[in-house]
Design a protein around this ligand. Sequence first.
Ligand code: ADP
Ligand code: MG
Length: 715
Amino acid sequence: MDLNTELVKIDGIGPKFIPKLAKLNIKTVKDLLWHFPFRYDDFSKVIPIAELKPNQPATIQGTVKKIGLRRTFRQKLVLVEAIIVDDTGGVRALWFNQAYLLKILKPGTRANFAGKIIESKKDLYLSNPVYEITSSYGISSASSGPRHTAGLIPVYPETRGVSSKLLRYILKPILTSIPVIADFLPKEILTKNVLPDINSALKKIHFPLRAIDAEIAKKRFAFENLFLLQLNNLKLKSQLAQEKSEIIPADQEFLSKLLAELPFVLTGSQKEVLHEVLSDIQRPRPMNRLLQGDVGSGKTVIAAIAAILAAKNGQQTAILAPTEVLAQQHYRTITKLFKEYFSASGRSPEGREKEIEILTGGSKGKKSLNEKIENGEIKIIIGTHAIIQKTVKFKNLALVIVDEQHRFGVEQRAALLRSEKNSKVLIPHLLSMSATPIPRTLALTIFGDLDLSIINELPAGRKSIITKVVSPSKRSDAYGFIREQILKGRQAFVICPRIEPGTKDEEERKVLTESQQKLLDLKSVKEEFERLSKNIFPDLKIAMLHGKLKNTEKENIMKDFQDKKYDILVSTSVIEVGVDVPNASIMMIEGADRFGLAQLYQFRGRVGRSEHQSYCLLFTDSDSESTQYRLDSLLTAKNGFELAEKDLQLRGPGQFMGKEQTGLPDIAMDALKNIELVKAAKSSAEELLSNDPDFSKNPLLAERFKQFHQNIHLE
Ligand code: ADP
Ligand code: MG
């Protein structure tokens, strides 16, 4: 047996489990060993039944006295209910949809039961306990096998038919019989960072004796991923440093004239960032810059100036937006801001209005557009990522501006240059723009190959948005207020945390954990849409938006909302990145405690985009202190970055970016908070690359790195 052995070939794993394991992407021994627990239950203490306390994990040792089936009333779900007794008393145990337990836990069976103690109206009960049948002496019958009920018990991501119990059962023998695995991390690096080698780390992460063992093992796996990430960044950076780009000259006089045309002066922050961008593009090496700034902070202006400088010099710019609606928005913003520059009158010989064009799926005369791009007539082309990548050949693309996509690699840039005429390939400069505030520390780690510019002030004179946390008793007042605003001609967003309504069956709920129950209580978009349109605002026009809709459906709804065909838009968080609806003045957020601060901040940024006073109403049923603290920081924060830093500490990095963007598994994502570990990984990566830049001395690392690199999706 080795890491690549398929589980089908391993004795002791029933064939019926194979397809189920595959659902968790577990097919080989390696997949299984790398399926890590997400927590450990401490069942090390056996507690007499009389001493059970609510909300604690506990192991009891007892005998099954009674066991039987019940069906829940509304949903036809099966509950197994048993009474377990020991010398001190008896307690109810409840399982959900596991009728087969009747055959296993017959009355008289002695077993350990480990689970959480829940307090119901009438008594305490054990919810979904794990059991382990014991001999009559109370010792586990499989003393060498997995232990499910005493000690630190790993709990894994599960799927139907694959419980943590099963995983523990099949993992233990594999872990003890697998031959020694060669570690791709060099010994010096392990020693220097005081990390266990791969073999010991695997044993410790699955079956730790003490909590500290699990910690050390996790640290090792987090480190290896951070290390790979840093290697990747450093390599990308040095690779890019060897590429060449066309210089885009920034003629001072022309620039001053351009700025004077603007109906406003740039903010200090915008000036700084413009300077950074302009010095980049005036070098013959590719710019690789991430421009971050709150919604409305004026990023587009910066991008437009760079594009116009290129156009003036006869070079082309591609501006890529995530959606067609946003592409159109960019087009409008840019042509409006630099009306004088683009308007034919005054500059008619050049006919500059024809130099900027929008290319979307629905564009008419696409063929002639493509021709004009190919012959260089069109200088600034705005479209979605997809279209530009597929069909367009540029004459001399010098600059690529990408909105809301953090990573856009050398490969994609090269792909934009498919023109065969280009024999000596010059890589275009890249400016990535993002309104998602990512904490600086995190951005530098994850996008370490990018340079970072931040706009951290909004243009003067923006009306601040009145933000209020609304208590449940004030809900109807809030609806009254919304109606008033709508009657004045405004529009409102209502954000809900879920799409589908949750189940309400009492019995069903009982076997769920507290946090699962909470999830069920979240407002769903569908329910809220129904409720608002039938009961609260039957006279108003309401639309619903969520991630399960097709892209075109989503865009149509957004467009209709923009065109004021609806008064209220009920939506999930899909609204987050996106469209400008200046007339919307109310952002109402249900279950506000369920969202990250940075995310709430983003939602709020959807309103306050016109001369109308805007409002953000936060609804929450939670009165916990931490919720209060979080929501209060939203009321006081100066900008999104401040909140993002706070959020990183409070809720972790997972909400800022997904696995796809980082190539990092959860275990390493969590570790991104740990600046020291990130730094250690970076310095180890630098050291390794300086000794062995092409990994020729570390073939195992070379292989692992290749895999890692491929895993980072570069769309
Ligand atoms: P972003 O892309 O960062 O969300 P935009 O560039 O679209 O923001 O700018 C939002 C609005 O603010 C636009 O209408 C733009 O014309 C305006 N704007 C940009 N910079 C300034 C400024 N310095 N002063 C006043 N208004 C500005
Ligand atoms: Mg923008």
